[in-house]
Design a protein around this ligand. Structure first.
Ligand code: PMP
Length: 304
């Protein structure tokens, strides 16, 4: 935290921290996987790039460099001796005057936390798929917020979408954007398969530019699949052959129904399974890392 490794229970903030009141934080969610060569962070570089871009949109000066932030992410995994981990870098406006626009010097705090995380959408979600609904809440839109930035304040929207879905007995909610087209899930991007073609909403659909989304597009293209990024109407959720969510936490989670209408056969389909397998094989270091997506948290010590 702020440049030092400190014990978990000491990583606290003051109640007057700006971010607590006004949501002025930007953050990342990154996974490290247990690979045969040791713990490795998956796509660290684009995550740190997005973190810095998020801060830029919110005019937050970041007191650390790209390399310092990257090193901190690797160090928290290594020093906690974690094999697989969820890494959470967080940059936020800390204690200052109580005012929306911070006066004078408002402190920017930076911390990186790492902990173990299993299946984000519940045990069995990756294998069996989940039940989703279309949310009554629209996705936060680019005309009011820089939605490409992963900012704390945007997550009141994700919270509403996700908690409404759960209160109504679903596992997750899917949001529609201000144009009435499909955006994404509460905290994951969305893909559909229809007649062998993979579809996903474009960046202009008010989505977060997911790094898992990018990985899936590249893996699918490597396999020779056609990937189309275009605005998708809601009804395609009901009539597509396969549907799945992508995210660092959600990984590749199949969706088996939307609004109680089964997706395809109501079971995870073959394209979803193939992409899921390919993704995990790369992340877990079991397939050749052609794209250079894995970064070991500790360099292997030279054998003398
Ligand atoms: N959309 C939202 C709103 C998210 O919070 C996330 C998780 N970061 C995603 C999409 C997926 O992004 P990524 O694949 O980079 O984790």
């Amino acid at each position: 935290m702020n440049g030092k490794l400190i014990p978990w229970h000491e990583a606290t903030v003051h109640v007057l921290s700006h971010a607590l009141h006004y949501g002025s934080s930007v953050f990342e969610g990154i996974r490290a996987y247990d690979t045969p060569r040791g713990a490795a962070v998956f796509r660290l570089q684009p995550h740190i790039e997005r973190l810095l871009d998020s801060a830029k949109c919110y005019r937050m000066p970041v007191p650390y460099t790209f390399d310092q932030l990257s090193d901190a992410c690797k160090q928290v995994v290594a020093r906690n001796e974690l094999r697989g981990a969820y890494i959470r870098p967080l940059i936020f406006r800390g204690q200052g005057t109580v005012s929306v626009i911070p006066k004078g010097q408002s402190h920017i705090d930076v911390c990186v936390v790492a902990f173990e995380l299993g299946e984000y959408l519940g045990a069995g979600a990756l294998e069996n798929g989940i039940d989703c609904c279309v949310s009554s809440w629209h996705r936060v839109t680019s005309s009011s917020n820089p939605v490409l930035s992963k900012a704390g304040g945007h997550y009141t929207n994700a919270y509403l979408i996700g908690s409404e879905a759960r209160a109504n007995g679903f596992d997750e909610g899917i949001s529609i954007n201000s144009n009435g087209m499909v955006a994404e899930a509460a905290a994951a991007n969305l893909f559909m398969v229809r007649k062998g073609v993979l579809y996903t909403p474009p960046i202009a659909a008010s989505i977060l530019g997911g790094i898992t989304r990018d990985s899936v597009i590249r893996i699918a293209e490597d396999m020779g699949m056609t990937v189309v990024q275009e605005q998708l109407p809601r009804e395609l959720l009901y009539i597509c052959d396969e549907l799945f969510l992508t995210g660092t936490a959600a990984e590749i989670t199949p969706v088996r129904s939307v609004d109680r209408i089964p997706v395809g056969s109501g079971r995870p389909g073959p394209v979803t399974r193939t992409l899921q397998q390919a993704y995990f094989n790369i992340a877990r270091g079991l397939a050749t890392d052609h794209h250079g997506w894995l970064e070991l948290v500790e360099e292997p010590t030279a054998v003398t």
